[in-house]
Design a protein around this ligand. Structure first.
Ligand SMILES: C[S@@+](CC[C@H](N)C(=O)[O-])C[C@H]1O[C@@H](n2cnc3c(N)ncnc32)[C@H](O)[C@@H]1O
Length: 460
């Protein structure tokens, strides 16, 4: 993050704009709206700008900018002339005095930038791109404008009026957050939007008098294979609601970013042979957090019920009387196959698909080899990288064609996705050659050949 968005209180603060034209006027509107006392310096000043200055109780000076103009106690300065040299001088002089300074459309000469604003006062949303693309920021602003009802401002104001009463009655900050969240999901919101404040106040008083501390709960959430856009809507909602997020190694950083910012994040990641928190410890942790009243998001890669030990975790919750919800995710097989352009079934090549774990149990995978050797079946191997050579050999020994196509998909659906295609007889040797690392999914079957026509995603 190269810039930090903050919100400035400018009521009755003296600010300066150097420049008297239309650009200066546009900036002046915002400063005056925020309650600033505005001074303007320029040899020529548009009439509408002069009027604004007068409204704000500020002063205008019909003159060229001089360095000493900044010796007055200004909170912030905006250089908005059409002369780059003057703007730069304003910037340099302001920097010397540690004043916040903005040169319009001149990022190198800015200490602060003005974001695109969605105004639902007292609620404000700002969009900034550090000058990389003001057009994109504005486009995003338009999209947000359409998403955020105008009544949101009223709702923020209404909330502000009740804030201290709510705080007095519900002293625990976590519980208070749940109270507000539930309230914003209730019909009260619509009443405020429509200006029915009497009804809204009654509803609020009732909600407050009936409030009881929430019980903890666990959301077992599938985070999908890596691309954040593959999250379900429900996953996203619960991730943003949870007080604690307990996550695995396979949960990608961009997905973790989407969790509630101030939620406690607990990493219990497992590398293949390096269990940083043993499964029993994870189960106990879930119970402990939920019993202390927290809403816990247990975030797992892919789908929690497919080679994810999600079943064991909720058995423990059930035994301890903790309530839970399960949110399925896109499993690696679906995600990786789709992003690699390999349909797992196809009328001409595979009428069934089998998900298998290649995880070694005491040294070698025990798989029902005879059941796996069918021409029209796709095999999908999870956790199979280490045992790959042995698995391919065993399939051949049990009658599979050595030239049966195989695809390795590493870090599927992420920007680092890699796909390597071979056959049962040569794929194991390609692992080192192509620097394939975990997590990797293996797809075995005739459908792999379809990738040549169907690969739509150029990664890998
Ligand atoms: C412990 S299993 C968890 C599977 C997960 N519950 C799911 O439904 O995808 C881990 C294995 O899933 C596969 N896997 C998960 N995410 C993957 C990805 N983005 N790319 C390739 N393989 C992945 C790999 O085979 C990895 O070893």
């Amino acid at each position: 993050m190269e810039i930090l968005p903050i919100s400035l209180k400018l009521q009755q603060q003296r600010c300066l704009i150097v420049g008297g034209g239309h650009i200066a006027y546009r900036k002046a509107i915002l400063l005056v709206k925020a309650g600033a006392i505005l001074d303007v310096i320029a040899p020529v000043i548009e009439d509408q700008l002069k009027t604004l200055v007068e409204q704000s109780q500020g002063a205008f000076y019909l003159k060229e900018f001089a360095d000493t103009d900044l010796d007055h106690a200004y909170r912030l300065v905006i250089a908005a002339t059409n002369n780059a040299a003057v703007n730069q001088r304003v910037f340099e002089q302001a920097e010397r005095r540690n004043l916040l300074v903005n040169s319009v459309d001149d990022i190198p000469n800015c200490r602060f930038m003005m974001p695109a604003i969605i105004d639902r006062s007292p609620l404000l949303i700002s969009v900034a791109s550090n000058g990389a693309s003001p057009v994109l920021s504005r486009q995003l602003r338009t999209q947000i404008e359409m998403l955020v009802p105008h009544g949101m401002g009223k709702l923020a104001e209404f909330s502000g009026e009740w804030r201290s009463r709510v705080k007095a009655q519900i002293s625990n900050p976590d519980e208070r957050r749940v109270f507000w969240e539930e309230l914003y999901l209730s019909p009260l919101k619509e009443q405020v939007f429509h200006g029915n404040l009497e009804i809204a106040n009654q509803m609020m008083a009732q909600a407050l008098s009936e409030w009881t501390a929430p019980k903890g709960e666990v959301y077992l959430v599938g985070a999908g294979p890596g691309d954040p856009e593959l999250l379900t809507l429900k996953a996203l909602r619960l991730m943003q609601q949870a007080d604690v997020v307990i996550y695995d190694r396979l949960v990608s950083p961009p997905i973790l970013e989407l969790c509630r910012r101030d939620a406690e994040k607990v990493y219990v990641g497992k590398a293949r042979s390096n269990h940083s928190v043993p499964q029993e410890g994870i189960n106990a942790l879930l119970v402990e957090y939920a019993q202390s009243g927290k809403r816990v998001c247990r975030l797992k890669g892919g789908d929690p019920f497919i080679f994810g030990r999600g079943g064991e975790e909720i058995q423990e919750l059930f035994a301890s009387g903790v309530s839970f919800q399960v949110v399925p995710g896109i499993t690696a097989a679906s995600g990786c196959a789709a992003y690699a352009g390999i349909p797992l079934t196809h009328r001409d090549y595979a009428q069934s698909v089998r998900f298998l774990t290649g995880h070694l149990k005491e040294g070698s995978p025990e798989l029902p080899w005879n059941e796996l050797v069918y021409e029209n079946q796709t095999l999908v191997l999870y956790m199979g990288l280490v045992g790959l050579e042995h698995i391919c050999q065993q399939l051949i020994v049990h009658g599979q064609r050595p030239d049966m196509p195989v695809a390795l998909i590493s870090k599927g659906t992420t920007p680092e996705q890699k796909v390597v295609v071979g056959t049962l007889s040569d794929i194991a040797s390609k692992v080192a050659e192509y620097h394939i690392h975990a997590p990797t999914l293996t797809i075995i079957g005739e459908v792999v050949n379809l990738r040549e026509q169907l690969k739509w995603n150029e990664r890998g």
